[in-house]
Ligand binder design. Sequence first.
Ligand code: HPA
Length: 279
Amino acid sequence: MIDHQAMESAYAAVKSAFPGAAPKIALVLGSGWSEVAAAFDKLGEISYSDIPGLGATGVVGHAGRLLRGKLSGIETFVFQGRRHYYEGVGWDAVAIPTAISKMAGCKALFLTNAAGGTVPEWRPGDLMVIRDHINMMGVTPLLGAHDPFWGPRFPDQSRVYDRGLQALLEKAGAAAGVALRAGVYLAGTGPTYETPAEIRAWRALGADAVGMSTVPEAMIGNAAGLRVLGLSCITNMASGILDQPLTHQEVTETTQRAMANMKKLIVQFFAELAAANIL
Ligand code: HPA
């Protein structure tokens, strides 16, 4: 259940911080991705703590700022950091970036995250285009009274992730010399990492990468008519694949190592997006 009034109040704060903003796309930078924001020319900035209902994120590696930026001539809302369902504050904070993006006129929502890889041949630092997802959270933000803002009562999910944007991202990877994996992202609630038995089960169900985010935003973004794109940094091998414990430190260290590739890919993607002129 997402409180519509909370979305309106959040958007009002952003609108007054960024007068005349006309973003075409929103980019959500997840765990360890924040530094990618430096690639954008900055037109404005607002702290999450100044956006009602969004509030400060307490997670290390999540900056908690919304930038109004421009890259390759494309005006973009760059969300540095995200709120998670595991924080236990409900869905408003998770959904507000997507709501703001839609209200501001964005046509596309580009979601990034850190994820554990379940494919033994993959390596930490690999980047994965999200083809589809599995919701293992056991809940969704759309439970409750129907809000037409989020599309029909029963949103179609046969193509959550936009094929044209995936193709552009893969074109960008080839042009920038950044190899890309592709696969299915599965979200659990967290905040625990998985047990080895869960990973074996989820791998059998079709998960190539597992994490604690992205699925709710992709779900509501798609329902609201945004073209959704998802990109995971495989920061670690999922539980039980290697004989070692999982830590958030490994997650942030891997994104640091992969940062040059992450930045190169995003910059090239925006160049491809500008050339394709599809938003
Ligand atoms: N599991 C869940 N979430 C994650 C992981 C993981 O292995 N790595 C980064 N986020």
